[in-house]
Design a protein around this ligand. Structure first.
Ligand code: 2AM
Ligand code: CA
Length: 276
């Protein structure tokens, strides 16, 4: 019997129900330039933090909307009370709750990720099967990038400084397509259950990635930095895949960083001129 998952699933489900209560009737506030935060983010965080503190009072907590609870403990929770806030605020039903437990050295121990719009509970504990609504899940068996579907994401602020459009363009031309659904945590869960063959993103925070990375690993996939070096929670770049296409992705990323074989992004005048 898992030490963490039953209680963790209950907490995530409760937070998901709370989000659904707010969904479709939120008031948008701004944390920064185009960085939305809603009352729902904060209410969900309050609920999760209260439940975690009651159940595991000795553990530390780091949560996106500001909770920082430092303790002497070996363990710390990473909480994203609402991943996909921009979607949520616009009424687009792609968002989730993400909660994970890690040791001080970054070793991930357990995590859950709950999508209340589809009633999908993803759960993983180190060394055990990753599950979706209680059934074991596995990464895909797709063997080549050219047959793959992938996910990526773009930050909601400082977008003009984000290089990902080059990666998006390059990989789109070499695969079945790249989706950008707006919830990095759900993107990782979708790699874990084989809906995506891979996912990458720049500049994510530990609360976005912790649960999803453990899910991918326990579902048989691989998670690294873009150059193939080990992923850490503070890496700020994440490359996840089914493992089989991982080396191909690393090679493609090295080419993009070096500017090799890149098709130029079409400029608008050129595109307009060449349109049928
Ligand atoms: P959020 O909804 O919890 O803010 C979008 O691909 C993903 O990036 C989402 O998981 C989103 O999480 C996160 N995100 C949005 N803006 C970001 C930013 N400025 N820096 C880092 N991550 C961001
Ligand atoms: Ca969030």
């Amino acid at each position: 019997m898992s030490q963490y998952l039953p209680d963790l699933e209950t907490i995530a489900r409760e937070a998901g129900s709370l989000l659904m209560h707010y969904f479709g009737r939120v008031t948008i506030e701004y944390k920064g330039e185009v960085d939305l935060v809603t009352e729902a983010d904060r209410a969900s965080e309050r609920l999760i933090v209260e439940r975690l503190r009651a159940r595991w009072p000795e553990h530390g907590i780091v949560a996106e909307e500001g909770t920082r609870r430092e303790t002497e403990a070996e363990y710390r929770w990473y909480v994203d009370p609402l991943d996909g806030t921009t979607n949520f605020a616009h009424g687009y039903p792609v968002f989730c709750v993400s909660i994970a437990l890690a040791r001080r050295d970054g070793q991930l121990e357990a995590g859950v990720l709950y999508d209340p719009t589809r009633d999908e509970m993803f759960a993983a504990e180190r060394g055990q099967d990753a599950t979706l609504n209680g059934r074991a899940i596995h990464v895909s068996k797709t063997s080549h990038l050219v047959e793959s579907i992938l996910g990526t994401g773009f930050p909601s602020h400082k977008r003009h400084k984000n290089p990902n459009i080059f990666f998006y363009h390059h990989i789109t031309l070499r695969s079945h397509g790249v989706r950008r659904a707006g919830s990095a945590a759900l993107d990782l869960a979708n790699v874990a259950c084989g809906r995506y063959d891979g996912f990458w993103e720049f500049n994510l925070n530990p609360w976005d990635t912790a649960a999803g990375v453990l899910l991918v690993q326990e579902a048989g996939g691989v998670v690294t930095r873009f150059d193939g070096s080990p992923f850490r929670l503070d890496s700020r770049e994440v490359l996840a895949s089914n493992g089989i296409i991982h080396q191909e992705l690393i090679t493609q990323f090295a080419d993009i960083f070096a500017g090799r074989d890149l098709e130029e992004l079409p400029s608008i005048p050129e595109y307009v001129k060449t349109r049928d």
